[in-house]
Design a protein around this ligand. Structure first.
Ligand SMILES: [Zn+2]
Length: 300
């Protein structure tokens, strides 16, 4: 089933600025200090948005930021023992259900989301176990989790670097989710985690994006992965060697799409692209290695 037109209607221009006033499809960028620009879904962004949405997310790293992050990462990886990077990873999942008049998703749905994660990451040696389901009724946090991010996370975040705080709330009509990178844990531990639209969970109401792969995608960032289209066609892209370069996010499921002259068709089936849930089903070995190294560098 394809309903590509709906997202285009829902999508509205949104300025990528810090703490923009809340509006139905205006995506605020909760962290001040990041580059601000108005971009569309066909340009790099760090969160996941619906097709046709004009939106992005705040920790969209620019080239200089990526370079700094990668330098720190390589320094850390170089000091790690091989054993620590080869170990299997177990992630404790704390579902943080934030709800108002809606959004109090069932245990059943959350367990399905957990299964989606385990299936997606099985080949990467990452296992997710349920630590808790915590339910918080707060209409303001539910309806504007970006604008209330610091308050919400400061009150609710639990565990350490190996605990995944998986928040669900209403992210509006464009944004599907956002995440923090492993490298930011040390400086802002209570902000660590992923936030996803509650209607993106398995069986949710967002057409084409309701199989739980927004969760898979955001957790990919939380594990240290960039988008497959990071950096476009030039440079080191997503810092993974076996994901072909990609100029811009894919939308829908455009088989054969090939936006860069470098070898390989666009990785539209990769969880770190923007394709429909039904279209994305893989991480590459290079991404799996990067996740393990990121874990060892920043979460172990
Ligand atoms: Zn993303």
């Amino acid at each position: 089933m394809k309903r590509a037109g709906i997202a285009a209607v829902l999508g509205m221009a949104a300025a990528f600025t810090a703490y923009a006033p809340a509006a139905p499809a205006t995506l605020a960028a909760p962290s001040a200090g990041h580059a601000s620009s108005t971009v569309c879904a066909d340009q790099p962004a760090q969160a996941r948005v619906r097709a046709g949405a004009h939106a992005t997310e705040r920790n969209q790293p620019g080239a200089a930021q990526v370079a700094a992050m990668e330098k720190d990462f390589q320094n850390r990886v170089g000091k790690l023992r091989k054993a620590s990077t080869a170990a299997a990873i177990t992630v404790r999942v704390h579902f943080q259900v934030v709800y108002g008049s809606a959004g109090n998703v069932s245990d059943s749905v959350l367990n399905k989301q957990l299964t989606v994660l385990n299936n997606a990451y099985a080949g990467s040696g990452v296992t997710f176990t349920l630590a808790e389901i915590r339910r918080t009724q707060n209409a303001a946090w539910f309806s504007d989790p970006e604008g209330n991010e610091r308050k919400m996370k400061s009150a609710l975040h639990t565990g350490n670097a190996q605990d995944l705080n998986f928040y669900t709330a209403d992210l509006g009509s464009s944004l599907l989710g956002w995440a923090t990178f492993p490298s930011s844990y040390r400086s802002q531990p209570s902000m660590d985690g992923v936030v996803v639209h509650y209607q993106s969970l398995p069986g949710g109401s967002i057409g084409n994006y309701n199989e739980g792969d927004t969760g898979t995608h955001e957790v990919g960032h939380w594990m240290g992965l960039y988008h497959t289209f990071q950096g476009g066609c030039s440079g080191s892209g997503d810092s993974v060697s076996d994901t072909p370069a990609e100029q811009s996010p894919a939308s829908g499921c455009p088989t054969g799409r090939d936006t860069c002259s470098a070898p390989g068709a666009d990785p539209i089936h990769n969880f770190m692209d923007y394709s429909y849930d039904s279209c994305m089903y893989e991480f590459t070995p290079g991404q799996s290695t990067r996740m393990k190294n990121q874990w060892a560098a920043y979460r172990a």
